[in-house]
Design a protein around this ligand. Sequence first.
Ligand SMILES: [Ca+2]
Length: 272
Amino acid sequence: MSRIASLSLCRIFAAALCLWLGVASAAPAGAPVVTAQSVARIPHDPAAFTQGLLFADGVFYESTGLYGQSSRRRLDPATGRVLAKVSLPPSLFGEGLAFAGGRLYQLTWREGRVLTADPATLRPLSELPLPTEGWGATVLDGALVVSDGTARLAFYDPKDMTLLGSLAVTDDGAPVDNLNELETVGGMIWANVWHETRIAVVDPATGRVAAWVDCSALARPVTARDPESVLNGIAHDPATGRIWVTGKNWPAIHEIKAPGLPLGTFRSEAGK
Ligand SMILES: [Ca+2]
């Protein structure tokens, strides 16, 4: 038998095996999926190209992107009204936003800079280096957690951006790429995935996705009009347990509940 014929037979055998496995394992692999339900709806500036959202001190803080349109904002949590806004220089593309040590940390996309700001005035305080692209940000156990569009999360000391460690995020053993906006919820890291309508609930101890929160019912009416208006904002208030989601140019911020999240998707809030 020629080598080429042998390779062809191998390919046919492999294809048949895959087909058989596909039929044999009808149940979907990976973490369980629960459906997000909107329980309240707050207006959101549809011109805001949302890159980061968080809840602190009783208000929302938001980072918006695009060159020439990037900003950081403070929003009224009841009405969504923009209470204060500071624009970024046109050469900076705003990205993820986190709250650490009493100040805001706003990532930039490809500019290699983290901007810190006073939450009271939104005015800049300092700049720190960022060695990767900046996508999403949150804080866990005092570390600034940063996504960069890959399947890895990096943990930095917010004082000087010393790299403390990194985490490979996987679901059923496969890397979960395009991790974007982040939020710490009950000691787990919630991460929405760019151009997907679901949020990964990531166990920071293992990097495994413990569950998916499906937001497609909220996202699809917006993405049907503009495919780039993707889910990209998650905020959480540990004091009340409330969770909100929004997206780029979405007309609303939704308070959500995700009933049926399995055990193991909440760790302690301690140390947050
Ligand atoms: Ca967030």
